[in-house]
Design a binder for this molecule. Structure first.
Ligand SMILES: Cc1cc2nc3c(=O)[nH]c(=O)nc-3n(C[C@H](O)[C@H](O)[C@H](O)COP(=O)(O)O)c2cc1C
Length: 184
């Protein structure tokens, strides 16, 4: 697919299914993350790939976090929360891991990690696969952070759920450039 077509037409896919993308497809997605804009080339990111049965362990962390938030949570809701980790065959956790630098504040390093996630979304779409960037309470929950080994200074920027698209996706909205871009 033409690069500009990818950038103009990419959409998220909330319904995903297996099988896991091929190893070469995953490598292409990961390589795209590593081309994120990065002030002073600090590489202020790291990524956890969660697939197969590891997703069940992530689901347990989601459930632990939900119970910590609301100990009286109904069992059905708890199981629904746990099953969220099974919504895609592969989940990439994007973690901003800031480095001390006199000219590159924390915000820029978090933004670089966000750019890496967006690059992955585009690489997914370019290969005819599907993905969605999710966050939610789990990103801040101590049970999830500790379970994934996220250090105090680090931040989870997103969970990238990816796999094969299951069902139709919405077309990309056709926003008017002039509504957002103005000559100054
Ligand atoms: C930082 C960030 C966090 C997000 N978290 C969620 C989320 O937790 N759940 C969700 O359904 N969408 C979330 N989204 C939105 C989707 O990833 C997606 O961008 C949105 O549904 C619009 O779809 P599109 O990418 O096809 O335009 C998040 C987006 C960003 C940038």
């Amino acid at each position: 697919m033409d690069a500009l077509d990818v950038l103009h037409k990419r959409v998220s896919a909330s319904r995903l299914t297996g099988p896991e993308p091929e190893p070469e497809q995953l490598q292409a997605i990961y390589k795209a993350a590593l081309r994120a804009a990065d002030h002073a080339l600090l590489r202020p990111w790291r990524f956890l790939v969660i697939r197969g049965q590891a997703r069940e362990r992530l689901g347990d962390l989601f459930a632990d976090a939900a119970l910590a938030r609301k100990p009286e949570l109904e069992p059905a809701k708890l199981e629904k929360t746990r099953s969220k980790a099974l919504r895609a065959p592969v989940i990439v956790v994007a973690i901003s891991s800031p480095k001390a630098h006199p000219k590159v504040p924390r915000l820029e390093q978090d933004l670089s990690t966000g750019a890496a996630v967006q690059n992955m979304l585009n690489a997914v779409y370019a290969q005819g696969l599907g993905a969605i960037w999710r966050t939610g309470d789990a990103t801040e929950a101590p049970a999830v952070r500790e379970g994934l080994g996220v250090k105090d200074k680090e931040r989870i920027i997103g969970f990238l759920y990816l796999g094969h698209v299951d069902g139709p996706t919405r077309p990309a909205p056709d926003l008017a450039v002039e509504d957002y871009f103005h000559e100054w």
